[in-house]
Design a protein around this ligand. Structure first.
Ligand code: ADP
Length: 720
């Protein structure tokens, strides 16, 4: 087969690749019609133009280099980016061979180009998506991920500047913006703007949830509001598409800006879809991560807050004294989230005074000036206001302009004195809270909590935590006040008992003596019989009453002596076995009267050093109780010894004592039975315990409610 030139031409014309020939001056000598259609020009136009003018300007230097090599006979295969008539890129794989005449002189070159634009695009997008996923997996930032998507767009589309805007949580305003090559002043103008039906390309796209193509910003009504700022930055066309997440919520927009009037070609828009999908995924993922981090942070804060509250409550419970109860609180608050915490209480003259406080070491010295600070109670801001209104106040952001005495409003810290304001400004206070302490409906003082740390601004949640702590403080103050009041009334009661019993003792002793004398006189027959007859029933009735009364006064006197540690023991060597036996015998008749059998098992001649009168008093008390609460059941009195102790046990089978009452019945005036059923002052056990302890002994109780009680007295025994 003979292959002639027309046949060759026909083959080249029907080729699916572009073919071109240039002469030694780089003038286009031939292009096939495929080449012309690839560039979007006619064959004639291309023939009249230098081939290099279709190459992307940035690549011209490289082209010069390659042309030089061709003259030297080097053929090459290279990727060239051509610019089509509509301005878009034509990515090609170009094979080029140099042409020489018979004299081996360079006469030009011929080349073949295949269109690889589609492949280039999908490769670039695929690579960008892969990079974005890698960034997300390793915990990179949103900026990093989105820039990875914006970069290939600007590489693939000629003359484009791309941006991604992200909406706020409510989906109402643009909150964040990302762009590689848009001026920051333009981005700043867009951020914070609300979306709407006429809000530039992006605001409208986000609002309508559809792509918006504005080919000419200068004339399009959608750009009315932002036209000036866009044109000032030479932005002329903007095509924007909404970024929508998996549940149909608009997250933001992806936009392409051009600085010339421009209509999108179908290929330009094809890349947008993939970019938007990757952007949606990145934004959603990172928003989710952020949300989880926030939740975790909240959880941690909640945990820390609860721990602080528990710690505060615990330390408030360590004492009941008003002066000390609040002392640990400021330090705790400092360690948790503050630099300054002071508690003030109103004193008896109505002056609000600092009672306790703490500060972080960095500002401690600076705060010296506050020593002796008295708040102006009329101040319309700060702690005085919190106290007046019984409500806590949050001053989240303090500014040094506001903290000035010459400010026409009262500074929020509640003082107008420049000396204090100056130091607050100098120390750089950023935020503070004023919380009242309300006890029984009255604001008795308050707390202030402040921070100098950058970024630490208190919020509503912090205020709620402080309210909770203040409530615990108020409760502790109330308890301390109640304790103080009860201490005072106990003191008053004791003073009364002491005075009353002293005052009553003298007339009562003389009354007893007179009644005794009268009884004696009646027996000695010095009084006429008829008078004795009338007097006897009266005297018989008065005598036990006077005795009872005297006993009562003596008991009360004992209590006041014990309270004032004035009890004195008259110590001697005593045969305890004998003493107890006598006491049991003395009470026998009484037990018999009550039909309550009493038995004693006493070790003989147990010798102890003691005050016999006082020990008798104890035994009497215990026997009387066994009789009173013994329900007429048998009572046992046992005395035994160990090497160093004498142990007396008085055991009844009566009403018994519950576990809860056991600890308190040894305290003065404490009783575990109702006054209606049993008389008594609740002093016997208290006095007995004091007496036994004065002897370096001990008294304790073993009892089960309803099954009887056993009081055990242990006295130190003289070593033989
Ligand atoms: P009083 O007997 O005058 O009430 P005490 O100090 O002797 O005062 O006793 C205090 C309380 O202890 C009594 O009121 C009673 O409730 C309880 N108590 C004392 N001894 C006994 C006992 N043997 N059995 C049951 N309860 C007792």
């Amino acid at each position: 087969m003979k292959i002639d030139q027309p046949l060759f031409k026909e083959i080249i014309e029907s080729s699916l690749d572009g073919v071109w020939v240039v002469d030694q001056n780089n003038q286009t000598a031939y292009v096939n019609s495929k080449m012309a259609s690839m560039l979007g020009h006619s064959v004639e136009t291309i023939l009249q133009t230098e081939m290099s003018s279709f190459i992307r300007p940035e690549d011209l230097e490289d082209l010069q280099c390659k042309m030089k090599q061709r003259e030297e006979g080097v053929s090459e295969q290279h990727e060239w980016r051509f610019v089509k008539k509509d301005g878009s890129y034509l990515w090609t794989l170009t094979s080029c061979i140099p042409l020489f005449n018979e004299q081996r002189e360079y006469i030009g070159s011929a080349g073949m180009i295949s269109d690889i634009t589609e492949k280039k695009r999908s490769d670039a997008i695929l690579k960008a998506q892969r990079n974005v996923f890698e960034i997300l997996i390793r915990g990179g930032s949103l900026k990093e991920a989105l820039h990875e998507l914006l970069a290939p767009i600007e590489e693939l589309i000629n003359g484009v500047r791309a941006s991604i805007l992200i909406l706020d949580q409510e989906g109402a305003k643009f909150a964040q913006g990302f762009a590689l090559n848009l001026p920051s002043s333009f981005m700043d103008a867009i951020l914070g703007e609300e979306i709407g039906p006429v809000a530039g390309s992006c605001g409208t796209a986000a609002y309508l949830k559809e792509s918006i193509v504005v080919c000419d910003i200068a004339t399009d009504p959608l750009w009315e509001k932002y036209r000036d700022v866009a044109l000032a930055h030479e932005l002329r066309a903007c095509w924007s598409s909404p970024i929508i997440n998996s549940v149909g919520k608009v997250l933001g927009t992806f936009a392409m800006y051009f600085n010339e009037v421009k209509e999108p070609a179908s290929v330009d828009l094809a890349v947008v879809k993939d970019v938007i999908a990757a952007a949606a995924l990145s934004i959603e993922h990172l928003q989710l991560v952020k949300q989880m981090e926030l939740m975790l942070e909240n959880e941690k804060k909640h945990f820390r807050d609860t721990a602080l509250l528990a710690q505060a409550r615990k330390s408030l419970a360590t004492t009941i004294e008003l002066e000390k109860v609040l002392e640990p609180i400021p330090k705790l608050i400092i360690s948790h989230f503050a630099d300054w915490c002071y508690i003030s209480l109103t004193d008896d003259e109505g002056v609000l005074r600092v009672v306790t406080g703490a500060s972080s070491p960095a500002i401690e010295e600076g705060l010296e000036v506050f020593k002796g600070y008295k708040a102006d109670r009329q101040a319309p801001e700060g702690l005085p206001r919190a106290i007046r209104e019984k409500k806590s106040f949050l001053y989240s952001h303090l500014s040094s302009e506001e903290l000035r005495a010459d400010n026409n409003r009262w500074p929020s810290v509640g003082t107008r004195e420049e000396k204090y304001l100056k130091i607050i400004r100098e120390l750089g206070f950023k935020s503070y809270m004023a919380i009242p302490l309300v006890v029984r409906g009255e604001a008795v003082g308050g707390m202030i909590v402040g921070s100098v740390q950058a970024g630490r601004h208190y919020n509503q949640r912090d205020l709620e935590l402080m309210d909770e702590i203040a409530r615990s403080c108020s409760m502790a103050i109330e308890n301390a006040l109640i304790y103080r009041e009860s201490q005072r009334s106990i003191q008053n009661r004791e003073d009364f008992i002491s005075v009353a019993s002293h005052e009553l003792r003298t007339p009562l002793t003389s009354l007893q003596m007179r009644v005794d004398l009268l009884a004696k006189a009646m027996e000695s027959k010095t009084i006429p019989d008829d008078v004795v007859k009338k007097l006897r029933p009266i005297v018989t009735e008065i005598r036990p009453d006077v005795k009872k009364f005297t006993k009562l006064i003596e008991t009360l006197l004992d209590v006041s002596k014990l309270r004032n540690k004035k009890i004195q023991l008259d110590l001697e060597e005593v045969n305890l076995s004998q003493l107890i036996e006598e006491e049991v015998n003395r009470h026998k008749a009484e037990f018999e009267d009550h039909r309550s059998p009493i038995k004693s098992h006493l070790e003989k001649n147990v010798m102890v050093i003691c005050d016999s009168i006082r020990i008798q008093q104890v035994v009497t008390n215990l026997l009387s109780n066994a009789l009173k609460f013994g329900e007429q059941k048998p009572v046992e009195v046992i005395l035994k010894t160990t090497a160093d102790k004498a142990i007396l046990q008085i055991k009844d089978n009566g009403i018994g004592i519950s576990l809860e009452d056991k600890w308190r019945i040894f305290k003065p005036f404490e009783r575990a039975v109702s006054d209606r059923h049993f008389g008594g002052l609740g002093l016997g056990l208290y006095i007995s315990q004091q007496i036994i302890e004065e002897h370096n002994g001990s008294i304790h109780l073993e009892s089960v409610l309803g099954q009887g009680s056993s009081f055990v007295v242990e006295l130190p025994r003289r070593q033989q």
